[in-house]
Design a protein around this ligand. Structure first.
Ligand SMILES: [Zn+2]
Length: 261
């Protein structure tokens, strides 16, 4: 029995959201409009890399193309690198109403893939922004040579499985906590002050064998969706909670692993 902990990190524009009628995602308005911001993603990355160093594990980063052009991401070489669109597009158009034809879709994915290749390293996996993915997206991604996707939720303990076009799907776990409330691998509610590290450690303890995933965003290390930027004391508390989740799961006997070995 080998249990493996895979920590995935979406490295994208700060507090992003889909805007109706717009291809590119915005950042939540903090008084200066919805143009994309990258400062929390940048600072949060440093905070997160310190935590990873401390815990002694590598992460799998899903890097947005434009973010890789704006920020110096030489810091994450040596980690597992995936990509995450170019401008954090909703690739199926479900939330924006912007639906791409095949060439448009391929163009976006090629641009994101090339940006991350040029600025970090050649991606080996993919996660669709907003987890908005379908067979057309998977086909376009496979044509770039990507064989690993992580854009689907499944139950806790579910293992990677083959999908279309020779791609292996690595599902993001989602289950129930002791109170019957939905809990997903994303640490989002913990960053927002609504969950504790124990909730995620308990979730991992249900996995008897194979992979388990934990996920977050770098911007969420230093900024809340509700409430805005954190002060230094809050940032260090937030970092220590992420540390507790990862070290708590490793202490259960999980081995640190990346999405693509
Ligand atoms: Zn994202």
């Amino acid at each position: 029995m080998t249990r493996k902990l895979i920590f995935t990190v979406d490295l994208d524009r700060d507090v992003n959201f889909p805007m109706e009628g717009s291809v590119a995602a915005g950042s939540i308005d903090r008084g200066e409009g919805t143009s994309p911001r990258f400062s929390s993603a940048d600072r949060g990355l440093d905070v997160l890399l310190d935590v990873l160093d401390d815990v002694g594990m590598k992460a799998t980063f899903f890097v947005e193309g434009r973010t890789s052009e704006v920020l110096d991401l030489s810091r994450i070489s040596g980690h597992c690198i995936g990509f995450h669109g170019y401008d954090h597009e909703d690739l199926t158009g479900a939330s924006t109403g912007v639906v791409f034809d095949d060439d448009g879709l391929k163009g976006i994915l090629r641009r994101g893939f090339d940006a991350v290749s040029d600025n970090v390293s050649k991606p080996v996996c993919f996660r669709a922004p907003y987890m908005s993915c379908d067979d057309r997206v998977l086909r376009a991604v496979s044509e770039l040579g990507i064989m690993h996707d992580s854009s689907v939720y499944s139950t806790v303990g579910a293992q990677p499985y083959p999908v279309s076009f020779g791609i292996t799907e690595h599902p993001v776990p989602k289950g129930k906590d002791v109170n019957g409330k939905t809990i997903a691998a994303y640490l989002w509610p913990m960053h927002e002050g609504k969950r504790q590290p124990e909730d995620y450690i308990r979730m991992a303890s249900e996995v008897e064998d194979g992979d388990h995933m934990i996920a977050t965003h770098t911007w969420h290390m230093v900024e809340r969706r509700e409430g805005g930027p954190l002060d230094d004391r809050e940032i260090s508390l937030n970092a220590s909670r992420v540390h507790d989740v990862l070290s708590g799961i490793l202490d259960l006997g999980f081995r640190p692993e990346t999405l693509v070995r």
